[in-house]
Design a binder for this molecule. Structure first.
Ligand SMILES: *Cc1c(COP(=O)(O)O)cnc(C)c1O
Length: 386
């Protein structure tokens, strides 16, 4: 089976299962083996089968990278030990004095890495509400080298118009990177909207089972890829073969899972919107969402994340989060099981002093693929504890 020579491009679901994952040429194993090896025999000095050391390349990682690139409609994939390792490696591409414009409610760890680590190396960051194109334009400086988008944003689930911001950045020859962790390539593909690179925490939906930490970057830009590939090897934040294998296994069911995550979340968001103890629901597929029209254009469905503000503020939010039985009170997201958390006290502690003030009554749900009525019943009984 040679996927690259097929006359018709294969569909997403098929590529998730097959690209980079042809049966093993040595044994016929249907599933890509975990090549748990650090080094590779050479026939003569410098003469090897394409692999010499596993920090540089590993066959299980190569399979994952190829599949990720295909799913994001990119030419090159790079896998990392975590989402933060992927972003750190990307930042090594820049140099002292370079300026980066960042969406204002990015993942808390991203904010922390930018503000509390890389400013010390002379990188400059401006945080801006990218749902506002004019505010984004005003943040661009002569030394701006990158625009960093996350959409839907975390935890407010704002939707940034990737095509619009990319067009603006490209007028100034600025690279555009998109953290596509929340949407996944099944729901949106930023490279198709012109972005230069896509980043993932594969820990979340791509792995999908809350059992691995991983990250990735996909791009079609030869120069960017060559440099990032060099930096991946030079800095060395690579994932283990087993972790790559877990993400590959997760990818096979990504389409199925995203369909169910989105269906369940829409159902719950509609229900929450009617609930007496809920002040406001943030979910891109609700017509009440401020960027609903952009979401409809850019995404295939609303995804699995919902945020809402509980009427009773901090106390109510914390009571609800502690009272659910199915929804596990935990950080992270994107697994088959539903999670609940209070961002102001948990994932977004590190942005406490940022311009972004997360409402203390905000509750974030990662809606899993359980039966939606069981999830609703669980939330309903948790509201009774308030
Ligand atoms: C989790 C997450 C990250 C960081 O990824 P890790 O795998 O935890 O290092 C980055 N961006 C977003 C949107 C995330 O949810």
């Amino acid at each position: 089976m040679n996927l690259h020579s097929s006359p018709d491009p294969l569909h997403f679901e098929t590529r998730a299962i097959h690209v980079g994952q042809e049966p093993d040429s040595a044994t016929g194993a249907v599933i890509t083996p975990i090549y748990q090896t650090s080094t590779y025999a050479q026939r003569a000095v410098g003469e090897h089968l394409g692999y010499d050391y596993s920090r540089t390349d590993n066959p299980t990682r190569s399979a994952l990278q190829e599949c990720l690139a295909s799913l994001e409609s990119g030419r090159y994939g790079l896998a990392f030990a975590s989402g933060m390792a992927a972003i750190t490696t990307l930042l090594l591409y820049f140099k002292k004095g370079d300026h980066i414009v960042v969406a204002d409610d990015v993942y808390g760890g991203t904010y922390r890495l930018f503000q509390r680590v890389f400013t010390a190396f002379g990188l400059e960051f401006s945080f801006v509400d990218m749902t506002n194109c004019e505010a984004t334009r005003a943040a661009i400086r002569p030394n701006t080298r990158l625009v960093w988008i996350e959409t839907p944003t975390n935890p407010l689930l704002k939707i940034i118009d990737v095509a619009e911001i990319t067009a603006l950045a490209h007028e100034h020859d600025i690279l555009v990177g998109v953290d596509n962790t929340f949407a996944t390539p099944y729901l949106q593909r930023p490279l198709e909207s012109g972005a230069d690179l896509v980043m993932h925490s594969t820990t979340k939906y791509l792995g999908g089972h809350s059992d691995v930490i991983g990250g990735a970057i996909v791009t079609s830009d030869d120069v960017l890829y060559e440099r990032l590939k060099f930096l991946q090897n030079a800095a060395g934040a690579v994932p283990s073969p087993f972790d790559c294998w877990l993400v590959l296994r997760g990818l096979k069911t990504l389409a199925l899972r995203m369909e169910r995550h989105s269906e369940n979340a829409l159902h719950l968001a509609q229900w929450l919107e009617q609930h007496a103890l809920v002040k406001r629901v943030m979910y891109p597929w609700l017509p009440s969402h401020p960027q609903h029209a952009v979401a409809r254009r850019q995404m295939r469905a609303g995804g699995g994340m919902i945020s809402f503000i509980a009427s009773g503020g901090k106390a109510a939010a914390e009571k609800i989060a502690a009272a659910t039985r199915l929804f596990v009170l935990a950080e992270s997201l994107g697994g088959v099981e539903s999670l609940i958390e209070v961002p102001a006290a948990m994932t977004h502690m590190s942005v406490a002093n940022s311009p972004l003030q997360v409402d203390a009554g905000l509750v974030r749900l990662s809606v899993g693929v359980e039966n939606v009525y069981d999830l609703m019943t669980d939330l309903d009984q948790a509201f009774e504890s308030v």
